[in-house]
Design a protein around this ligand. Structure first.
Ligand SMILES: *[C@@H]1O[C@H](CO)[C@@H](O)[C@H](O)[C@H]1NC(C)=O
Ligand SMILES: *[C@@H]1O[C@H](CO)[C@@H](O)[C@H](O)[C@H]1NC(C)=O
Ligand SMILES: *[C@@H]1O[C@H](CO)[C@@H](O)[C@H](O)[C@H]1NC(C)=O
Ligand SMILES: *[C@@H]1O[C@H](CO)[C@@H](O)[C@H](O)[C@H]1NC(C)=O
Ligand SMILES: *[C@@H]1O[C@H](CO)[C@@H](O)[C@H](O)[C@H]1NC(C)=O
Ligand SMILES: *[C@@H]1O[C@H](CO)[C@@H](O)[C@H](O)[C@H]1NC(C)=O
Ligand SMILES: *[C@@H]1O[C@H](CO)[C@@H](O)[C@H](O)[C@H]1NC(C)=O
Ligand SMILES: *[C@@H]1O[C@H](CO)[C@@H](O)[C@H](O)[C@H]1NC(C)=O
Length: 463
């Protein structure tokens, strides 16, 4: 571009156009010259090019536009880098290969950037027209090497026992300047606490003492002005437990520490507790005030028909061989038969089979009595009188079934009626003294009430 063309652009498009831009974008006062930099601080990477953008604007007609770049470090004199008038650049010969400017564009390109280039860069713009306008800006430049990926080391690498040991995490970075370390646990920053402490630079994290809560995904995040890198996740080994020991079964009913199992079923017990490393489990049976280990491992199978006793106490013991701690839980297994739990729990000598036979007999006799009643029944069922004979029969039926307390029983309700000789109104058997009941006289009742009543007589007056 020739000098004429340049000046044309400068005065018509360049100057006025730029002024309009800044009117629009920055609400600039167009009466004077204004120099602007987007950022007061620019972070550069060593070895790469760094561009320092500068904008300026004015509204007066200009004959000469002068741009000067200076460099200053703390406690040193500013150095001249390069300058320009109109379109001609006058560099400092010492730095001519490093700094580039394309006037009237005032931006500066530094290439390549070195640590020695760190400091303040001052740009000064002078406009010569009707008088002289002058303005300057300062940009702080930092130069850094990017961070390389950090590596975290754990001491001791073998891990530590909860409440006993300590763990130190060390973050190591090969390259990078002005490093700032930060520790993350499960992605969130770790703060100083009663158990967490940091080295002055934050590049080591000390956990003392370790607890189970310290288990997690740790990483080291290292930042500097030009980059940041995070280490791989590291999970320190922390030995703990056992905690929360409990026993569960695949079937059967669990109420508290008592498992109720149906006779004939095999039940599988599972003992579990939270610990690291995994516990070793042992199962202990307690019989007749003696205990002995019956199995090792987390599972125990009990075949109920092979168990001599209906009620057996067991203990599951969990042991962590690294922490040296143990825990145990006690539980009881009760073997029952479906529908006859009560009998089994009362510990009657009658076997379930005998009980079933008894109930069957009872039902058969009841049917016979019903048949007899239908045969003889002359009156309404409500006004029946009970004879001695059926009472005896019922008593026998009760004996067969092995029920002592019919009030508690299965609810067999029947009406059996007998000829009413006296015509005395029926009264609840409960109001009749037991001694009268045995005589068989004036006992008025339904069979339902007989069932309630007879067992009491049976105990008082065995025949
Ligand atoms: C800059 O350009 C203006 C206008 O064309 C001219 O009058 C002036 O002499 C130039 N200055 C220099 C140093 O070339
Ligand atoms: C200055 O030049 C750079 C490229 O070298 C360009 O990106 C920038 O927009 C220019 N600035 C102005 C004000 O023209
Ligand atoms: C130059 O500036 C003076 C005072 O600031 C003003 O009176 C004069 O008109 C200006 N000349 C031009 C050509 O703008
Ligand atoms: C853990 O650290 C505490 C205090 O920092 C120290 O007293 C203790 O001896 C350390 N324990 C181990 C196993 O290093
Ligand atoms: C830790 O990392 C592992 C694998 O990277 C992941 O499965 C686990 O969920 C993480 N734990 C937490 C608490 O973020
Ligand atoms: C170390 O980390 C703590 C908290 O994460 C922070 O407050 C402190 O400024 C850091 N120190 C340094 C030297 O980075
Ligand atoms: C069980 O053993 C303890 C201690 O050996 C003893 O005091 C207790 O009397 C024993 N109980 C039975 C029922 O044998
Ligand atoms: C701890 O128990 C595990 C099995 O759970 C076994 O492999 C390991 O050798 C044991 N360690 C010690 C120190 O006994």
């Amino acid at each position: 571009m020739g000098q004429d063309a340049f000046m044309e652009r400068l005065s018509s498009t360049g100057g006025i156009f730029q002024c309009k831009i800044y009117l629009l974008l920055l609400v600039m006062d167009c009466s004077g010259l204004k120099v602007m930099v987007p950022s007061q601080t620019v972070h550069g990477i060593r070895g790469q090019a760094l561009y320092l953008p500068v904008h300026y604007g004015f509204h007066t007609p200009a004959s000469d536009i002068q741009i000067i770049w200076l460099f200053e470090r703390p406690h040193t004199m500013p150095k001249y880098l390069l300058g320009s008038v109109n379109k001609s650049v006058v560099p400092d010969l010492e730095y001519q290969h490093k700094f580039t400017m394309m006037p009237p564009n005032a931006s500066l390109l530094i290439n390549p950037l070195q640590f020695t280039d760190e400091g303040n860069y001052i740009v000064k713009v002078n406009i010569q027209g009707n008088g002289t306008l002058s303005s300057s800006q300062k940009i702080q430049v930092t130069v850094d090497d990017p961070v390389t990926k950090p590596v975290v080391w754990t001491h001791p690498s073998s891990g530590a026992v909860e409440y006993v040991g300590n763990i130190t995490l060390v973050c190591q970075v090969e390259g990078g300047t002005r490093l700032a370390y930060q520790w993350l646990k499960n992605g969130k920053p770790v703060c100083t606490s009663s158990t967490y402490s940091f080295s002055p630079q934050n590049n080591t994290l000390h956990i003392s003492p370790v607890t189970k809560e310290d288990i997690g995904n740790y990483s080291c995040l290292v930042k500097n002005p030009v980059s940041e890198m995070e280490s791989n996740i590291i999970m320190p080994t922390i030995y703990y437990g056992p905690y929360g020991l409990q026993v569960n079964s695949d079937k059967g009913l669990k109420v508290g520490e008592v498992f109720t199992v149906d006779l004939g079923e095999a039940i599988l017990f599972d003992c579990s507790a939270d610990s690291y490393p995994p516990n070793t489990y042992s199962w202990i049976r307690r019989t007749d005030n003696t205990t002995y280990v019956i199995k090792y491992g987390p599972h125990l199978e009990v075949a109920s028909e092979k168990v001599a006793q209906k009620t057996t106490d067991y203990v599951c013991c969990a042991y962590n061989n690294i922490t040296g701690r143990r825990d145990e839980t006690r539980f009881t297994v009760i073997i029952t038969s479906t529908g006859l739990e009560k009998l089994a729990q009362k510990g009657k000598s009658l076997s379930p089979l005998a009980s079933i036979t008894g109930i069957s007999l009872f039902l058969i006799i009841s049917m016979c009595l019903l048949f007899l009643w239908k045969k003889y029944q002359p009156y309404k069922a409500i006004k029946q009188k009970l004879e001695g004979r059926p009472e005896t029969e019922y008593r026998r039926a009760q004996t067969f079934s092995g029920h002592e307390d019919a009030l508690d029983d299965f609810g067999i309700y029947e009406f059996v009626a007998f000829p009413d000789a006296s015509g005395v109104p029926r009264m609840p058997s409960r109001s009749i003294p037991a001694s009268n009941g045995v005589s068989g006289q004036d006992l008025h009742s339904t069979i339902y009430e007989v069932i309630q009543h007879i067992p009491a007589q049976q105990q008082d007056h065995p025949e």
